[in-house]
Design a protein around this ligand. Structure first.
Ligand SMILES: [Zn+2]
Length: 216
């Protein structure tokens, strides 16, 4: 009888340990997937900032913030800045769509809000786009942008910037992959020099002084 009881308790112990380790495994899988998604998102922002000539420096890229990740950069205040900032803001969710086919609306809410602000400024001041824009081939799910009324002009600007962003990520696919791997591994890239060693040198506007700091 005692042996049966001992075996029964042992059996329960084994099942308990198996269930517990299954939950721990699920949890660490979820954590890894979440980290990968944040790394993809922040790599998108960083590649757009790195490609933009008005950005003087990328100070750091991290996936270790309590609310996800962050790219801090400095940019020259120029008339075309709203277009560049719009592309940088859209690049995180663009990278998510490119990799996963969708973006997490909640996580991207600040990016969406700031993108819309840039688009409104562009429309209001009639700021010409500084680049040759690719043909519109992809659409954005505006119904997921948490804003009820986006004017048609703003929608057009957002779409153009989104398509430009996709083409940027395509063009710099190689650097994007390197950066993504580094971020997954190191979690934080903490200086302009380190970022340059990962992404390479870039063309910069020189001789300008007024610089502002941006976060995405
Ligand atoms: Zn973002």
């Amino acid at each position: 009888m005692t042996t049966i009881l001992a075996l029964f308790i042992l059996g329960i112990g084994v099942v308990y340990v198996a269930v517990l380790s299954w939950f721990i495994r699920q949890d660490s899988n979820r954590f890894r997937q979440e980290n990968n998604r944040i790394a993809a998102h922040e790599s998108g922002h960083a590649i757009a900032a790195w490609s933009c000539t008005i950005v003087s420096d990328i100070h750091h890229i991290t996936i270790e913030k309590s609310n996800g990740g962050e790219v801090e950069y400095a940019f020259f205040i120029l008339p075309k800045a709203p277009w560049c900032l719009l592309v940088i803001h859209l690049a995180g969710l663009t990278a998510e769509i490119a990799k996963y086919g969708k973006f997490r609306s909640g996580y991207c809410i600040t990016d969406l809000y700031k993108s819309l602000q840039c688009a409104e400024e562009i429309v209001k001041n009639g700021i010409q786009c500084p680049w040759e824009l690719p043909a519109l081939s992809r659409s954005l799910p505006f119904h997921k942008m948490y804003v009820e009324d986006i004017s048609l002009e703003c929608q057009q600007v957002l779409l153009q910037a989104y398509n430009y962003c996709r083409s940027l990520l395509d063009t710099h696919r190689h650097q994007y992959k390197i950066l993504l791997a580094q971020l997954k591994n190191k979690k934080t890239i903490s200086s302009p020099q380190e970022i340059e060693s990962v992404l390479g040198n870039r063309d910069l506007i020189t001789g300008l002084r007024s610089v502002k700091i941006g976060f995405v």
